[in-house]
Design a protein around this ligand. Structure first.
Ligand code: HAM
Length: 413
């Protein structure tokens, strides 16, 4: 149907479009405090980029990618996530390391849509390329929490785990495989495939029965090599010292192949609006990805937050609008009103004026529809007394303000 949006996409209608921009701005402010610069990558890349990074055995690559062949016979994919494109750009353009980059933009995954899960969704992401210290891991987790506090989404916990590295994983995989082979009859068909291709992916399974079984499975964070163990202990110690609310979750392995060592997710506590889509963000280290792309050995870490999910959690929390609506009741007042409109805008106070043919009732109706907080009424009485009638629509109060004081009064609101 031509007059409906494609399944899994959204229109951000007012006031949510504004709310989205407010959240993006807060994100920009917070990450700039930590030295991040913005990067804007293409929304599509060569499909191979994701096969080689996100991973051949992940749900994202096997089931969810929007791939297409273009008119020049190139195999391309709409980006399902931001990390591979950022790393590609850093290497291709030989950026000096270490580098801290952030991005904001749409991602695409062919998923079964439901509340908080879309086929086009927006991420706020950061990538730190060239820093290996456990302190960096905690610094960016703390930065994520600071951002959430800033937008008043503080009922959150960080789930943390370590997913090891290519030194500890092969030995662990043998152990896990033994456990899974013993339970093969009881696990779902998808997991049977995972056992063959990449046994650690079974921990991504959402089937309740499987999750129950994997509770008793060996866990990677209990089987780390010496260096990974040291790194993980340092991260946990620092999280404690900085009093960041976190929970060790040994079942969390994250659904992408490039992760090494620290993996984490930001999860709302209490009665989340999100239902089963509980994570509002996730990330981790990927110390081998740069090398896998043909670059030098370079440690890296990052996270991405789901903007659509954040907006669901916020509801209307950030949407109070400071728009002032000027209602001029006759031709002379209209002239005065137009001057006032300029004065307010020059003072950075958002303002609109009513169309001249509307009566007071109709004009107030428009102000209400626009969710204006204030209305300024100018009629013959106001013109004569050199005042404006200032109406607060939320508090349903009104007062007369001397004309030359209006900017001062509204600036304080
Ligand atoms: P991810 O866990 O796949 O990680 O996605 C991060 C966040 O994006 C999720 O926590 C969720 O809030 C949001 N998200 C994912 N899929 C959807 C969807 N279909 N609809 C709505 N929101 C969604 C990554 O993408 C990694 N690139 C993160 C990262 C950066 N790791 C290191 N650096």
């Amino acid at each position: 149907m031509i007059l409906s949006n494609p399944k899994g996409t959204q229109d951000f209608l007012p006031p949510y479009g504004d709310q989205k921009a407010l959240v993006e701005n807060e994100f920009r402010k917070v990450v700039s405090l930590y030295g991040f610069s913005e990067i804007v990558n293409p929304t599509f890349e060569h499909t191979e980029l994701y096969l080689r990074s996100t991973g051949l055995t992940t749900d994202i690559v096997t089931k969810q990618m929007y791939t297409f062949t273009d008119k020049g016979n190139r195999e391309l994919a709409l980006r399902p996530e931001g990390t591979p494109g950022v790393v590609r750009a850093v290497l291709q353009n030989k950026l000096k390391l270490p580098v801290r980059l952030f991005y904001i933009g749409p991602m695409f995954r062919y998923e079964r849509p439901q509340k908080g899960r879309y086929r086009e969704f927006f991420q706020l992401g950061v990538e730190v390329i060239g820093e290996s210290e456990p302190e960096t891991d905690v610094e960016i987790i703390e930065m994520g929490m600071r951002f959430f506090n800033q937008i008043n989404l503080s009922d959150l916990i960080v789930k943390v785990n370590s997913v090891g590295c290519p030194i500890c994983r092969p030995k662990f995989r043998v152990q896990l495989r033994l456990f899974l082979d013993k339970n093969l009859e009881q696990i779902c068909d998808d997991c049977k495939i995972r056992v063959e291709q990449n046994p650690m992916r079974v921990f991504d399974c959402k089937v309740e029965k499987c999750k129950e079984i994997y509770h008793d499975a060996p866990k990677i964070s209990d089987n780390l090599c010496y260096d990974c163990q040291n790194h993980f202990q340092a991260v946990l110690k620092e999280l404690n010292e900085r009093k960041i609310p976190f929970e060790l979750d040994k079942m969390m392995v994250r659904g992408l192949d490039y992760y090494t060592r620290t993996a984490f997710e930001f999860v709302p506590t209490g009665s989340s609006e999100l239902g089963s889509q509980d994570s509002v963000g996730g990330g981790g280290r990927y110390d081998n990805l740069v090398e896998d792309f043909g670059g030098p050995k370079t440690p890296a870490i990052g996270f991405a937050l789901g903007l659509d999910r954040i907006l669901i959690c916020l509801g209307n929390a950030l949407t109070s609008r400071k728009l002032v609506y000027i209602i001029a009741l006759d031709a002379q007042a209209l002239k005065q009103g137009r001057q006032l409109l300029d004065t307010l805008r020059n003072a950075e106070i958002p303002a609109l004026i009513n169309p001249p043919d509307k009566n007071l009732r109709a004009a107030l109706g428009i102000a209400d529809n626009l969710s204006c907080e204030y209305v300024i009424i100018i009629g013959a009485n106001e013109m004569q007394k050199k005042v404006y009638t200032l109406k607060n629509l939320t508090q349903r109060s009104q007062q007369e303000i001397p004309q030359d004081k209006i900017v001062e009064v509204l600036s304080k609101k």
